[in-house]
Design a protein. Sequence first.
Length: 250
Amino acid sequence: MGIAGSILSAAPVWKAPASLPFGQLAVIELREDDPAAAAIPRPAVEDALGPFKLRAVEPSADGHGWRFTVQAMQPGLAVVPPLDLGDGRRAPELRLTVTRTVDFGSPWVGYGGGREDILPEIPFPWEWASLLLVPLLLLIGFFVWRWKRRAGSRAYARARKAFQSAWPPRSKDRASLDAGHAAGRDLLAAAFGEASRGWGAPDFRKANLDAWSQWTASLDAARFGRTEPPFPDTAALLAPVDLQAKAGRP
């Protein structure tokens, strides 16, 4: 009878904070404050403790109670009803306030599942990612600059090759003479500029291009069936023009 009376007079109590944060893990304890009373048997709870999700149950360090790790999933007033401990004792009702952790009306991302549990999309950081393109853009810019810078050299090389193919004319017909003349003017323009397209014999002599003075005179003579002056040698024509092109090449 003494043992039964001691059990009936013992009163387990809750040890809990004044409020619990919404969605976060918290620990509340059910313990027997009377050291002479028998230990509290494990409460018959598994997944939930009242309105709280039950995450863990472990005995207190002194063996006079149980520690419950819970998670509050609804804000407002939470009520844990009295628990029958199975030995004639009952845990009292527990009332706790669950405080909000988000602004009113905001989605509770990460709790409860469903559409509002989907995290918002994080925009791709194009501004920062574009910094990785800077070395590539600089390299491309360098090649474009170099390509443009050498455009004159490429144009001269094409004009030189075309002139070598057209000079000296293979026959005295008008088409061959015109082709040799056009190729020569293109070569001069590539080396001396567009103004050289209109140079005559006096202009060539003034520029120390005696072979080209003979070139234009020989073409005029060939158009009228004459052979004097003869067509100048290709190498004699190219030598001074190559020097000019090399001197003006970037």
